[in-house]
Every structure is written in structure tokens, then in C-alpha cells.
Ligand binder design. Structure first.
Ligand code: PLP
Length: 373
């Protein structure tokens, strides 16, 4: 088996599972309970929150634990829109965004908010001149992925934030789900930041939204006591512990992992670029090495995916959350070519990937290609 779909999901690390199990056994009481066991659990959550905050270079009170990136994106976007709706109803985003960003934005459009899409440069980076033109005094939010899930384009958040100097009402929300533990993040420039544990070898069902102290949010989930007034629900101590362990390891190993993955990306890129039918959608100069997106001219990408799967090689055609057999929005936005956008394949790597798997993938691709041509 060769798994090259790490942008969709990662296997849970042994250390993470151990940390989860240990915390589950040791701290089973409800952290909201007013007895010694509850207080011990609450104190442990406070320690973990401070540790995660330190890893990210934010304040503990700026962390809101959620069930994952989808919830964090919903909370950031709907929470800001409702909180600041009196100042303006204009939001700017891009065609690179995940469905957990476009979903809440479509919902807000139905509620009377105006959503503009910024142009992308041919390499996938945001066109800052166009962004400047789109910004208005009633723009309350920009929502951009630090690294998008289909092409892996790394955006220049510092430059984007700089443009907001004259727009004090406008906040920058960044979906860092594909970025955390993989690329450097300019946390100073970000007002709200989404991430999730299961992309960094953590457990499903836990993520967070960083919300800088000066930002207010209308909650999406209402109810009783939690670690913050912005999201109700009994705090999930063992999951928080497991996310801390996953993040700590990912950040500690970030540089080494990135170097290792870059070699694999280059090897696959070089091998596939020999085929005239292969079009590179991820431009090397601006994308993370973790994602390589290609299109196949005249070959159905889903057939290639199936053929590879028959050989127990797993890659994806797009982001796992997108409706199948629809064009890739990022590729369509960049190329304007519907056929190209309908034939995308996403290969995504990990520090766990080994050379033998890369060689195996390249060999299998060659055989499948010959069968499909
Ligand atoms: N944002 C991006 C960029 C993603 O890649 C994903 C997952 O694929 C999500 C959000 C959603 O994450 P979750 O599964 O934690 O809800």
C-alpha cells in the first residue's frame, strides 16, 4: 500500500494516542464540576491551553477549542459577520478556499452580505492590486487560506495584512489547516486563525480557532460553561491533550519534515513532467512541497485514480470534501479551462513517506498511463 493523500488525512501518531489514553484515564471528571476531580481537570486544561498558546505564540485566552477546522471556519466567518454586521456587510475571499469557508460565505450571501472574489495571479497567489481595489470602508472580513488544500499555494499574509492599514474595520481570517506544522506563519498579521489536529497526525474531532483579544465574535454554539464564552460545550480534555502532543511534534520537526518532503515532491514532479499529457497545476515557486496537483490532458483523472487504487496506491482527485465529478474551483479560476479543472489529481506527501513509495508510485503511474492512453 502506498498512501499519498496526507492533505486529506494523516495517521494518528503513537505518542498522540498514548497522550490521549493517559489523559482520558487520569482526568475523567467534568472540568466544569465543582469538586476536586473537576477542578483538577480544569487546571490541567489551563496548563494545556497555555502550552498550545506558547507553541503558536498567542495568548491562552485567544484559543477557542472546536471540533475541527470546519467549525472554526464557520465560527470565524459567521461570528465576525454577525458581530460586526452594523459596520459593514462586505467580505472578500478567493477561489482557493475550502468548502468550510465557501459554505458559510454562501449562507451569509443569502442573509444579505456581499462577497467578492479577489483575482489570482497565474501562479495562484492573491493579486494584491486587485485586493486593494476591492477593499471598501464597509469591508469587515478577508478570509484566505494560508495554504490552500488543492494546489498548496502559500499566500503572503504579511503583504495582505499591510493593505488593511487604512481599513481598521476589516479583520483577516486565515485558514491555516494545511499550513500549520508545514510552513512559517506570520501570526502577528492574523486576526483569526483556523486549524485542526487531524492534518498533523492528531485525532479527529478537535481543532481550534485563534481569535486575537481585540476581536469579538458572536458564538455559533450556545450553551453552558466551557473554556471560553465564544463556544459552549464540555471541554474535551483528552482531545486537547492529544492536539497539544500532535502540534508540539509537528512544529518541532517542521524544518526536517519539510526538507524531506521537498525531495519527494521534486522527484515526482520531474518524473511526471516527462509526460506531455501532464500539466502541473501547483507552481513549484509558490507552493508547499506537501501538495502536488496535476491535470491530465485527454485522460480521465478519476480513471487514473482508480487504476492506481487497483495497485493499492491512494491519491485524490481534489480536496476530499468537494463534490466528485465537478471541476476544481482553484484550477478553473487559474486556467479558465474546464477540461483541465475536471481532470485534476492531488498527490500529497508526508515525513512518513519513503523513497521506495515514491519509486513505486512513479512506476505505477507509468503503467496506468500506458493502459489509459
Ligand atoms: N480547511 C482546509 C484548508 C482543509 O484542508 C480542511 C480539510 O480538508 C478543512 C478546512 C476542514 O477540516 P476539518 O476536517 O477539521 O473540519
Amino acid at each position: 500500500m502506498i498512501y499519498l493523500d496526507y492533505a486529506a488525512d494523516t495517521p494518528v501518531r503513537k505518542e498522540v494516542l498514548e497522550a490521549f489514553n493517559e489523559a482520558s484515564e487520569k482526568y475523567f471528571a467534568n472540568p466544569n464540576a465543582n469538586h476536586a476531580l473537576g477542578k483538577a481537570a480544569k487546571a490541567r486544561i489551563e496548563v494545556l491551553t497555555a502550552q498550545i498558546a506558547e507553541l503558536l505564540n498567542v495568548k491562552p485566552q485567544e484559543l477557542i477549542f472546536t471540533s475541527g477546522a470546519t467549525e472554526s471556519n464557520n465560527l470565524a466567518i459567521k461570528g465576525v459577520a454577525e458581530q460586526y454586521g452594523r459596520k459593514g456587510k462586505h467580505i472578500i475571499t478567493s477561489f482557493l478556499e475550502h468548502s468550510s469557508v465557501t459554505g458559510p460565505l454562501s449562507y451569509l450571501q443569502e442573509k444579505g452580505y456581499e462577497v467578492d472574489y479577489v483575482n489570482l495571479r497565474p501562479d495562484g497567489r492573491i493579486d494584491l492590486e486587485h485586493l486593494k481595489e476591492l477593499l471598501r470602508p464597509d469591508t469587515i472580513l478577508l478570509s484566505f487560506a494560508a495554504v490552500d488544500s488543492e494546489l498548496g499555494v502559500v499566500q503572503d499574509l504579511t503583504a495582505i495584512k499591510k493593505l488593511l492599514g487604512d481599513y481598521p474595520n476589516c479583520l483577516l481570517h486565515v485558514d491555516a489547516t494545511q499550513a500549520i506544522g508545514k510552513v512559517h506563519l506570520d501570526i502577528e498579521s492574523i486576526d483569526l486563525m483556523t486549524f485542526t489536529a487531524h492534518k498533523v497526525y492528531g485525532i479527529h474531532g478537535i481543532g481550534a480557532l485563534v481569535k486575537k483579544e481585540k476581536v469579538y465574535l458572536t458564538p455559533v454554539i450556545h450553551g453552558g460553561l466551557s473554556t471560553t464564552p465564544f463556544r459552549s460545550g464540555t471541554p474535551t480534555l483528552a482531545l486537547i491533550q492529544s492536539m497539544y502532543t500532535a502540534l508540539e511534534l509537528a512544529l518541532r520537526e517542521q524544518n526536517d519534515s519539510c526538507k524531506r518532503v521537498a525531495q519527494f515532491n521534486t522527484q515526482v514532479r520531474q518524473a511526471l513532467s516527462q509526460y506531455p499529457e501532464v500539466m502541473m497545476n501547483s507552481q513549484e515557486a509558490v507552493t508547499t512541497p506537501y501538495i502536488l496537483n496535476i491535470s491530465l490532458k485527454g485522460i480521465k483523472a478519476s480513471l487514473m485514480q482508480q487504476k492506481l487504487e487497483e495497485r493499492e496506491i491512494y491519491i485524490s482527485t481534489k480536496s476530499a470534501c468537494v463534490t466528485p465529478n465537478t471541476p476544481s474551483r482553484p484550477v478553473l479560476a487559474l486556467s479558465g479551462d474546464r477540461k483541465r479543472a475536471l481532470s485534476t489529481l492531488r498527490i500529497s506527501f508526508s515525513h512518513l513517506t519513503i523513497k521506495k513509495e515514491i519509486d513505486g508510485f512513479i512506476e505505477a503511474f507509468k503503467m496506468c498511463y500506458q493502459e489509459l492512453k
